[in-house]
Each structure stands twice: as C-alpha cells, then as structure tokens.
Design a protein around this ligand. Sequence first.
Ligand code: C2E
Ligand code: C2E
Ligand code: C2E
Length: 88
Amino acid sequence: GTPFEPAGKIVLDLEKLYDQTHEELAYVAKYARAIQQQRGDYNGRVLSIRADDLRALAIVYDQSPSGLVERLTEHGVLVSDPRALFNN
Ligand code: C2E
Ligand code: C2E
Ligand code: C2E
C-alpha cells in the first residue's frame, strides 16, 4: 500500500534528544548533529528535519517512517508544536 506520510513537520527536541542516553536514539542524535552542521544551525532548541531524511533514518532502524515517528514520540524527543515551546 501507500506508505503513511506524517502530516506535520518533523521537529526534534534537541535538548531532550541529546540528553537521552537510550541506545535506540544514537543514530537519530548523530544525524541531527550532522544536519545542524550542514545548516550551520547550532543555537536552536529544536530542529526541523526533512521528510526525506526521516525516510532514510527509518531504513536504518528497519522501520516504516510512521513507525519511527511513533518510537520518537514514545521517547519524547518530538515537538508537535514548536511555537508552544516559546510561548510559555
Ligand atoms: P541545498 O539543499 O542546496 O539547500 C540550499 C539552501 O536552500 C539551504 O541552505 C536552505 O536555506 C534552503 N533550503 C533547501 N531546502 C529547504 C527546505 O526544505 N526548507 C527550508 N526552510 N529551506 C530549505 P542551508 O540550510 O544552509 O543548507 C545548506 C546545504 O546543507 C543544503 O543545500 C543541503 O545540501 C544541506 N542540508 C541542510 N539541511 C539538510 C537536511 O536537513 N537534510 C539534507 N539531506 N541536507 C541538508
Ligand atoms: P515553525 O516552523 O512552527 O517554527 C517555530 C519555531 O521553532 C521557530 O521560530 C524556531 O524558533 C524553531 N524552529 C523550528 N525549526 C527549527 C530548526 O530547524 N532550527 C532552529 N534553530 N529552530 C527551529 P521562528 O524562527 O521565529 O519561525 C517562526 C515561523 O516562521 C516558523 O514556524 C515557520 O512557519 C516560519 N519560518 C521560519 N523560518 C522558515 C524557513 O526557513 N522556511 C519556512 N518555510 N518557514 C520558516
Ligand atoms: P519548510 O521550510 O516549511 O519546508 C516545507 C517543505 O517545502 C519541505 O519539506 C520541502 O518539501 C519544501 N521545500 C521548502 N524549501 C525547499 C527548497 O529550497 N527546495 C526544495 N526542493 N523543497 C523545498 P521537507 O523537505 O520535509 O522539510 C521539512 C522542514 O525541514 C522544512 O520546512 C525546514 O524547516 C526544514 N529543512 C529541510 N531542509 C532544510 C535545509 O536544507 N535547510 C534548512 N535550514 N531547513 C531545512
């Protein structure tokens, strides 16, 4: 069937991601650091990532993109509304 496309933007909570020591998140953290480097985006608390990059990461984890999003949500490292972080 058609792979599930996450509706919203994928936004990582970098503070939580980099604080996490869970082995399962090691590749996501490594990838996020690489993207920060490519963008020169070092000061953000959050990082929006490409849907394409999520697909690539999902392959590494042997999961569907939606499956990976679920795992990331369970680990609490996704932000559903980045603006909410700044408004309270
Ligand atoms: P690029 O893909 O040629 O993109 C050049 C510039 O276009 C980016 O500079 C950015 O300002 C803008 N841009 C491209 N795609 C998007 C997008 O989907 N959303 C937004 N908001 N802007 C976009 P930047 O950010 O300095 O990135 C420089 C280069 O670093 C990019 O060149 C690309 O080769 C790489 N890069 C940066 N972030 C990512 C990423 O998340 N994934 C991948 N695969 N490469 C990235
Ligand atoms: P948004 O995408 O909902 O992001 C809300 C805030 O989360 C941003 O406020 C920024 O502080 C943070 N944020 C989200 N993604 C990243 C990221 O990859 N890196 C960093 N360092 N911070 C991130 P900000 O910058 O005031 O932007 C407000 C809104 O303006 C954004 O809401 C988005 O809708 C728009 N916007 C800002 N920059 C771009 C851009 O390069 N491309 C596009 N298409 N929209 C942008
Ligand atoms: P966004 O900036 O709001 O962009 C939303 C979508 O518009 C992107 O989803 C992509 O499909 C398209 N888009 C925007 N700018 C460009 C562009 O310059 N070239 C192309 N080919 N497509 C573009 P996508 O790829 O899933 O990215 C999701 C979010 O990740 C972007 O939201 C942005 O916040 C961030 N992002 C992705 N790539 C880059 C990048 O190279 N540099 C920066 N600074 N942010 C990026």
